[in-house]
Design a protein around this ligand. Structure first.
Ligand code: IMP
Ligand code: MG
Length: 186
């Protein structure tokens, strides 16, 4: 089926069917790994805004009880890419101590953000700490960070849609698409 793409979009990297299929597989794996867990012990922590659609789809597919919570971080606008400086601007409501925490992130790029999250949440005495990340760009990694559940490895292109943005645009496209390089390269 042909779809009408926004002008800035180069090509569709992952269509809705592909994403749905993979998210189902991830949910099945997570459900198996956390089998028998109680609702109050299992906390999914979504990283806003990028993970909001992934979080919604993944959590709906889980077959184990769980709670959802969200955090928000500062973005590349203040040079996080160059410096690795990440700052939390909204914290979880739920107490993390003693709970099994699964961080839900949209994309792993340099690795600084996830590394920061491991350190912050790791220091809060969770019962366990794991990560579910939809996309990874291995070529871009600056530091090594472990990921427990990964959706797709993708090439070094700027992707948008399914929650991911460029300057807060294209977030609600139902597919994941590569932007035309002239849009994001200065
Ligand atoms: P990292 O700290 O470099 O791993 O960056 C991770 C964050 O950068 C993600 O949570 C996204 O917000 C953002 N990001 C990196 N690459 C992309 C992309 O291709 N599209 C949209 N956001 C991206
Ligand atoms: Mg993000």
């Amino acid at each position: 089926m042909d779809i009408l793409l926004p002008n800035s979009v180069d090509y569709v990297l992952l269509d809705e069917d592909k994403i749905e299929h993979r998210v189902c597989e991830m949910a099945a794996q997570i459900s198996a790994d956390y089998e028998g867990i109680r609702n109050e012990d299992f906390l999914l922590v979504g990283v806003l805004k990028g993970s909001f659609i992934f979080m919604a789809d993944l959590s709906r597919r889980l077959m184990v009880p769980h709670r959802v919570d969200f955090i928000a971080l500062s973005s590349y606008a203040d040079k996080a890419e160059a410096t690795g400086a990440v700052r939390m601007i909204m914290d979880t409501r739920a107490d993390v101590a003693g709970r099994h925490v699964l961080i839900v992130e949209d994309i792993l790029d340099t690795g600084y953000t996830l590394d920061y999250l491991y350190r912050i949440f790791g220091a809060r005495q969770p019962a366990s700490l794991r990560t579910a990340v939809l996309l990874s760009k291995p070529e871009r990694r600056k530091i090594t960070v472990p990921v427990d559940y990964l959706g797709f490895e993708i090439p070094d292109v700027w992707v948008v849609g399914y929650g991911l943005d460029f300057a807060d645009r294209f977030r609600t496209l139902p597919y994941i698409a590569a932007l035309k390089p002239h849009v994001y390269q200065k």
